[in-house]
Design a protein around this ligand. Structure first.
Ligand code: FES
Ligand code: FES
Length: 160
């Protein structure tokens, strides 16, 4: 038996259906075809499935789809403006902050929410913020570079 779910995803009203046991991650990927949300551990450990729920980063593998009824979601597909990339996305591209890209959507959405509250983080603070996001490829150095560059860009000061 499925339940109706009405919510807003990336600024659009969405009406879908899911079984009560369906995770939010599976609902986004399979129900709404938003496959930018990646699923790694399915245990809340890796951060790959991170999306924003009412502006706060959450692990979509740990939430049920029915729990987002009436709420607002942002996935990586909703971050970019109509033309081009969000500054975080552009910085990851410019600074080589990704390799396979599996962790990237979750890290970018985590960083997006963090920079709203901490617009000028130190490299140490960026590394602490990344503690809940696992990347098996990059060694994190270029990810930190990218987030640092994006923070400067978002403040209107691209000069390190
Ligand atoms: S897939 Fe959700 S935290 Fe790893
Ligand atoms: S870029 Fe491959 S897991 Fe992070």
């Amino acid at each position: 038996m499925t339940r109706a779910i009405r919510c807003r995803v990336n600024g659009r009203a969405v009406a879908g259906e899911a079984e009560p046991r369906t995770s939010l991650a599976d609902f986004l990927r399979e129900g709404l075809d938003l496959t930018g949300t990646h699923v790694g551990c399915e245990h809340g450990v890796c951060g790959a499935c991170t999306v924003l729920l009412d502006g706060e980063p959450i692990r979509s593998c740990l939430m049920l789809a029915v729990q987002v009824d009436g709420r607002e979601l942002t996935t990586i597909e909703g971050l970019a403006p109509a033309e081009g990339l969000h500054p975080l996305q552009a910085a990851f591209q410019d600074k080589h902050g990704l390799q396979c890209g599996f962790c990237t959507p979750g890290i970018i959405l985590t960083a997006y929410a963090y920079l709203q509250e901490h617009p000028a983080p130190s490299r140490t603070e960026i590394r602490e913020m990344l503690a809940g996001s696992l990347c098996r490829c990059t060694g994190y150095h270029f990810i930190v570079d990218a987030i640092e560059a994006a923070a400067l860009e978002l403040k209107g000061d691209p000069t390190p």
